[in-house]
Design a protein around this ligand. Structure first.
Ligand SMILES: [Zn+2]
Ligand SMILES: [Zn+2]
Length: 545
């Protein structure tokens, strides 16, 4: 069906059916203008008097008046039947009418517009199938989530996590390769001739001490690379990603007769340090395993409602450079500062001056960020140290801005040292940490449109929203930046209850904890179910028979 220039109003279908029809229309490429629910009498029905509400779908067309399409198929479902006492009738209605209405409406619509694609008829039952499969898997997925959440591992140390993910893939029939590019896991499932789809999850946690107060909170403490004891937490929600990933693997195995092609499902280590994707690619991911035709990933969102996903075509996540900056001076007694070159004062001046790169050097319409995330130096009140260590993160979308940021940091740091009379041989040393760098993430437009259509079909168009690009970074970008030019798409998965979002918007409301916060606590059930449903629906669309 092509509805690009048509307006259709479908009415009379009960709530879930109407939603299914709406999503099928949305899948056909039509722009859904609005979906309204009402009963046919034109008033809002009380929940107890109308078992399922009516749904009105309006699709917009250009340069033409609306066409109305009326079906009364849903009418018998309306009335003033008390739901509880007439549950047998409700069940009967669901069985008979759900399928019946969709098929009947499809034919009415088909004859009206002359042609109809078979996916329209097939789409709805498969979504129902996915939904019921997710429901039946949920208990076990939640247990997996609890275990992953309580046992996070830092980047480059994902020993047990990768083992668990490997076992989960193996148990549903994937051929698994472990310890690939560090603790990377690669699972391959061949299911006849067809395209190859890669789905990626990340595995690592963060050096954050959890303060959510949840009874399944992580209590893990380890020594970091510098020997300092730190708490470890899935503060970026990679435990949610892994659970959705395993759920998707299970569902796609169970729904094998609905798709053909090859699934390449990978557990990627060290996302938080920006090095895991590159490590897997350097180890020969695209050479030693089937080369993907598409690659998908999801990331949970700390400010999007659970039950929704968000995505956009093109720029979605920024490029990241990590910089170590050592500001050197001449040490001495705190009382005789005039005899020193105080690197603490130089560091303070440098930090403030660095802010002028974004505010005064880069065009205002170009996105850029300079953040000094760490400053270390000194040992005692009355000693002026000989050096201070700064750690910076730089964010950008365009290559010219990236160059400008790196050059600007070095020029300003050296200029301030020079102005203070620091000898040339002690000028600041800047080191770009290449292993942490990630290029900007660009969602392939065609692939993203397909993901949007499939997920709109699954979740309903109102649950698939468009977002602005973010200055966050993701090394998932690397999977689309090799010579193979694999189209990639990452989408955001809502992880916050709508009530919590509403509360945060009230005057004086508690702000939502961000990703990486010690208070970040995704709502597990709806987030996981939505993630599995969305990813499975997208995969089935890309690997359709
Ligand atoms: Zn993160
Ligand atoms: Zn993350």
């Amino acid at each position: 069906m092509r509805f690009d220039d048509q307006t259709v109003l479908v009415t009379g279908a009960s709530g879930s059916i109407g939603k299914a029809i709406a999503t099928a229309f949305a899948q056909s490429g039509a722009r859904v203008d609005s979906i309204r629910q009402q009963n046919p009498l034109g008033r809002v029905a009380k929940p107890e008097e109308v078992p399922t509400r009516f749904c009105t779908l309006r699709l917009k067309r250009q340069n033409s008046s609306p066409v109305w399409l009326w079906t009364s198929m849903g009418l018998p479902t309306c009335g003033s039947l008390p739901v509880g006492r007439r549950s047998w009738l409700k069940n009967w209605r669901v069985d008979v009418f759900k399928r019946g209405v969709v098929v009947a409406l499809a034919f009415v619509t088909g004859s009206f517009f002359g042609s109809i694609e078979p996916t329209f008829l097939e789409a709805v039952p498969i979504y129902q199938e996915i939904r019921s499969q997710v429901d039946s898997q949920y208990h076990s997925l939640f247990e997996l989530y609890l275990s992953l959440h309580a046992n996070p591992e830092l980047s480059y140390r994902e020993v047990k996590t990768s083992e668990r993910i490997g076992k989960e893939l193996e148990s549903v029939g994937f051929q698994v390769t472990s310890n690939f590019g560090g603790y990377g896991v690669v699972g391959v499932l061949k299911n006849g001739e067809g395209p190859t789809l890669m789905i990626r999850t990340d595995l690592d946690g963060l050096p954050v001490t959890e303060e959510t107060g949840l009874d399944y909170a992580s209590r893990v403490r380890v020594k970091d690379d510098l020997g300092k004891e730190v708490g470890v937490m899935h503060a970026c929600g990679h435990d949610i990603h892994m659970t959705c990933f395993v759920g998707t693997a299970r569902l796609l195995c169970r729904l094998k007769n609905h798709w053909k092609g090859t699934l390449l499902m990978i557990g990627q280590p060290a996302e938080e340090r920006g090095g895991g994707a590159q490590a897997m690619l350097s180890a020969g991911l695209y050479q030693k395993f089937p080369r993907p035709d598409y690659a998908l990933a999801l990331h949970d969102s700390a400010n999007l409602e659970a039950g929704k996903i968000a995505l956009r075509e093109g720029n979605v996540l920024a490029g990241v450079e990590s910089v170590d900056l050592t500001i050197r001076g001449v040490s001495g007694h705190g009382a005789y500062a005039y005899m020193t070159k105080d690197p603490i004062v130089l560091a303070a001046e440098t930090i403030v001056a660095l802010q002028t790169i974004v505010s005064r050097e880069i065009p205002a319409i170009e996105p850029a960020v300079v953040t000094v995330g760490s400053i270390h130096g000194g040992t005692k009140h009355n000693i002026i140290p000989d050096q201070i260590q700064l750690q910076l993160t730089l964010r950008y979308y365009s290559e010219s801005v990236r160059t400008q940021l790196l050059e600007g940091v070095e020029r300003i740091a050296k200029g301030i040292a020079q102005a203070a009379g620091v000898p040339k041989e002690l000028e600041p040393v800047m080191k770009v940490v290449n292993s942490d760098a990630t290029p900007p993430t660009l969602n392939h437009p065609d692939l993203t449109r397909r993901v949007r259509r499939a997920t709109s079909g699954m979740l309903g168009p109102e649950s698939v929203v468009t977002i602005d690009p973010s200055m966050g970074g993701e090394d998932f970008s690397r999977f689309g930046r090799t010579a193979e030019k694999v189209p990639i798409c990452i989408f955001w998965l809502g992880a916050v209850s709508s009530q919590r979002i509403q509360e945060s918007r009230q005057p004086g409301g508690k702000p939502l904890p961000s990703l990486h916060s010690s208070l970040f606590a995704p709502v597990p059930d709806l987030t996981i179910k939505t993630g599995v449903q969305a990813m499975t629906a997208a995969a089935l669309d890309l690997l359709q028979k």
